[in-house]
Design a protein around this ligand. Structure first.
Ligand code: GRG
Length: 279
């Protein structure tokens, strides 16, 4: 499986325009592709051919990229560097960047809907994409995060922000993989919880890396400290954050090992790689 090739193929189907150029610019800027990789390892763990995940893995990466483009806009975080390159609105212009985000979000659903998997499963997967990305999922996380800047935030409130803003899009690949494999609702919910744990671990790790790496090494502009952001590191300290991050990754790994009818080896290896990431 080559996710870059799959993404290129899918995005090439959009009509040519300056907005398509901006969509391609951000989508093909060399992200880590963690969400698609998690989905491929989930379907493979269930013994399915990984090709079945292509439309949904691509859709998820498009939604993730849209969220980064919009998060970087002057009206949100106003960042100039993303994935080691100028952000979309710097490279193009603000209105093109807004439309590129809109384009990626809607094209994600067009891509997922073109799946030739069992239609009943496709509908369930599209619903998961919408729920995890939408106003009860990632968008809610972003709203809570913006409000956080206006008041005091404690660890419980920050965990809720992370669960929505980061956890939802990290739960989606597991949940969709399980649906494609015909898993029941209870199993899909277990994967949702595992994704939330991994999302929290991933976000704590992001907060730690933000302190440890330079913006160039991390590929992003202004650090959380420069933005006066409350993070797991500012609330818990670096040692406690590291301890909690390791506990969360380890707990999720043992829960994955216990999933019935699932060969967890390759997924565990992938998550262990994420646990030790430096970007
Ligand atoms: C604009 C609706 C809307 C939401 C924005 C995703 C997001 C919400 C904001 C981006 C900033 C941020 C710290 C989000 C938390 C999730 C996260 C750590 C994203 C970065 O994901 P990676 O590391 O990025 O997978 P790459 O570039 O590798 O794909």
């Amino acid at each position: 499986m080559n996710i870059e090739k799959v993404l290129e193929e899918k995005i090439s189907l959009a009509a040519d325009s300056r907005v398509k150029d901006a969509m391609i610019y951000s989508l093909m800027a060399g992200g880590k592709r963690i969400r698609p990789l998690l989905m491929y390892e989930t379907v493979k763990g269930y013994g399915l051919n990984e090709r079945i995940a292509d439309p949904f893995a691509s859709a998820l990466e498009m939604i993730h990229t849209y969220s980064l483009i919009h998060d970087d806009l002057p009206c949100m975080d106003d960042d100039e560097l993303r994935r080691g390159r100028p952000t979309c609105h710097i490279q193009f212009d603000e209105s093109t960047a807004v439309l590129a985000g809109d384009g990626l979000l809607t094209f994600a659903f067009e891509t997922a809907a073109a799946s030739d998997a069992d239609p009943a499963k496709v509908v369930k997967c599209i619903r998961i994409l919408a729920e995890m990305a939408g106003p009860s999922g990632m968008v809610l996380g972003q709203v809570l995060d913006i409000r956080e800047g206006e008041s005091d935030v404690d660890w419980e409130a920050l965990k809720e922000i992370h669960a929505k803003k980061t956890g939802c899009l990290l739960s989606a690949p597991f949940m969709i993989g399980a649906v494609l494999a015909g898993a029941d609702a209870e199993t899909v919910e277990k994967w949702h919880a595992i994704g939330t744990e991994i999302g929290l671990a991933f976000q704590i790790q992001d907060d730690i890396l933000d302190v440890e790496l330079t913006p160039e090494e991390f590929g992003k502009s202004a650090s959380d400290a420069d933005n006066n952001k409350v993070t797991s590191v500012t609330l818990l300290g670096i040692e406690e954050s590291q301890k909690l991050m390791n506990e969360l990754y380890d707990r999720s790994l043992s829960e994955i090992r216990e999933m019935r009818g699932f060969d967890s080896c390759a997924l565990e290896e992938l998550i262990n790689g994420i646990k030790t990431r430096r970007k």
